[in-house]
Design a protein around this ligand. Structure first.
Ligand code: ADE
Length: 253
């Protein structure tokens, strides 16, 4: 996977992606991250990349030419026209499924805007996907690009320690992850659940799966509709739903 980030702040994205797992994945040659400074593609004497909006209004708008020229120079270098993901609160909200789909691409371009946005004509010309990281407004697209790159990268084989760990975690199967414990067995009077010390793998699996179901019901019940549960698990879910109902005094009377 090769990421190409079109930005006015290359140091921000390169700094954030050079450490920890994503940094190591680059060293291992599993992925590459390059930041392309949009400012390098301005033809203006003073290096301006923005101007006031036509029709008036607050703020500045990034001009179309440097954005399109930066992308065209990249395409000429690569010999293909990769997908361009524009980071915008107006986009589809990014999720694990989108991450999985994007992880199959060979190259991805992240277009990061600043100020009041980018001239619509550049967006019309080059953007293939509008993506948001949530219903709130940030000062620029760099943090969203870093969030998405982190999430996509951990799905690339070899990036995480073992191939299975990406799958077991939250959102696989639309269930949240079960709780984890490590030494010591007792911390401040709180014991590790007995079953995890038993060495009985089938019981541990059953306990973990049930914890995932319980946790998803408590914290993200919206996910349960899409979760794949066996008949037994569905019965377990119904039993804890009844338990919750009784606790809240909803006993049908
Ligand atoms: N740019 C500003 N806010 C954003 C958001 N929530 N998601 C993606 N890009 C953004």
């Amino acid at each position: 996977m090769n990421y190409h980030i079109l930005t006015l702040f290359p140091e921000m994205v390169l700094g954030g992606l050079s450490t920890s797992i994503i940094g190591r994945a680059q060293e291992k040659g599993l992925l590459s991250v390059e930041a392309i400074n949009i400012r390098d593609y301005t033809k203006e004497k003073h290096g301006h990349v923005d101007d006031t909006p036509y029709g008036g209004g607050a703020g500045m708008v990034m001009q179309a030419a440097p954005v399109c020229d930066a992308y065209e120079a990249l395409c000429a270098r690569l010999g293909r026209r990769p997908r361009v993901l524009y980071m915008t609160p107006q986009g589809r909200v990014f999720n694990q499924q989108i991450a999985a789909e994007l992880s199959a691409e060979e190259d991805l371009v992240f277009l990061c805007g600043h100020y009041e946005g980018i001239d619509e004509r550049a967006l019309e010309r080059i953007v293939t996907d509008n993506l948001s990281i949530g219903d709130y407004v940030l000062t620029g697209g760099e943090l969203p690009a870093m969030v998405m790159i982190d999430c996509i990268s951990r799905l690339i084989p070899g990036v995480l320690g073992s191939d299975t760990s990406a799958e077991i975690e939250s959102f696989h199967d639309n269930l949240l992850e079960y709780p984890q414990y490590t030494r010591p067995e007792v911390y401040e009077g709180m014991r590790v659940p007995e079953v995890l010390l038993s060495g009985h793998h089938a019981n541990i699996e059953l306990w973990r799966r049930r914890q995932s179901i319980r946790r998803t019901l408590e914290r993200r019940p919206d996910l349960l509709e899409r979760a794949q549960l066996t008949k037994k698990e569905q019965e377990y879910l119904e039993s804890i739903m009844r338990e919750c109902g009784e606790e809240n005094g909803e006993n049908g009377e």
